[in-house]
Design a protein around this ligand. Sequence first.
Ligand code: ACO
Length: 427
Amino acid sequence: MSKNTITFTNNSTGETYEYNILDASRGPSVVDIRTFFKDTGMFTYDPGYTSTASCESHITFIDGGKGELRYRSFPIEALATNNSYLETCFLLLNSRLPTKDELTDFDLEIRHRAFLHEGLRHLFNALPDNAHPMATLSAAVTALSTFFNDHLDMDHEAEYQEMARRIISKIPTIAAFAYRHSLGIPFIQPDIELSFTENFLTMMRAYPGGKMRLTPNGHESIKDVEIRALDTIFTLHADHEQNASTTVVRNVASTGAHPYVAISSGIAALWGRAHGGANESVIAQLEMIGSVENVEKYIAKAKDPNDPFRLMGFGHRVYKNFDPRAKILKGLQDELKAELDLDSKLMSIAGKIEEIALNDEYFVSRNLYPNIDFYTGIILAALQIPKSMFTPIFVIGRTVGWITQWIEFKQDKTSKIARPRQLYTGD
Ligand code: ACO
């Protein structure tokens, strides 16, 4: 039987080096090169980590070729259809779905922890009104760490879990406050009578006193379909293995910093347009394109190697067939058409882009398909969520993934400080 190893030969010296291949339970195996530098005196070179597994993980699995995504082995399609976001949070944190009683306890605890310390509430006043909510969110989560110094010394599973439930619960409140601060309107406190997702929509939309807009026909209300749509969006964003922001969270964890500072760093990394910020950019780009007639012109710009213009919401480092989250959202978008006021002009521009790109040699040969961000914007806009809050919505969904990955990193006895090396080419 062949050995499960790989041999490298240095062709200039003829020396050979043998490394173990570690088999994954799903997906590609990895070559264990931890002693490569010690053995060869050389580093491996992989900018952007396109061929590097940075850790061992049991949380999320992606098969980019097949367009497959699983949390704790559960396919994303099943979770998005059959389970709520809070059930998904419980699954990520506990490796199994909750029983009915466990879900009730989890839900109640999340509701009761959603308020913020008054001191933290005042932090928002120190920041300018026109701050982007992602900057405010990152600052407020760092500030949250100052209220929970004991989180630096956790070493029991129960303490980790409590810390995780605390941040999951407070993030929607911080996000809604960041938004209301950006408008200069009074904050709406969380309401323990409302579910996670309805509570967030209420903190975003309500008038002082917690009441919805008053019309001649009485108060408006948040529709069930809106809650279900946003809850699904949270579930689809809950984790995504070792993406850019999660890698940042793990790297910050590796230095021993506070978990909420690691989350705050993840928020900063997510803000960029190449990552979570793409959802805001997609709508801005559709608005800029302005009409179906202009689509061809912008497709040509996206294909021009001398033009930095890229189609926002297209392409993915891992998915090379389709993004399963995008497929679910496209289905949701079609379902919502009948019940919500989806922007038909933006939808027809998006539809035209999709139609051309999916058949164009440039996009097909590079495996550039619509990603999750291509579809979220139109749904979020129909939920009356402003563009600047699209990436904070991503943060709300992803917080559970970041904190689960943070816990896994801390509990992994082989974890080391993240400290890559370089190919020095200076003087
Ligand atoms: N529009 C036009 N061309 C593109 C696009 C795009 N959106 N994305 C990639 N390409 C082209 C590149 O120019 C490159 O072409 P070349 O081979 O001729 O040089 C080729 O496709 C490969 O692109 P890379 O940038 O090398 O791919 P990488 O895996 O490093 O980047 C990324 C992936 C960042 C997502 C990229 O596709 C992109 O910028 N997309 C737009 C932003 C976006 O939607 N980001 C959200 C990603 S999902 C998420 O984070 C939630």
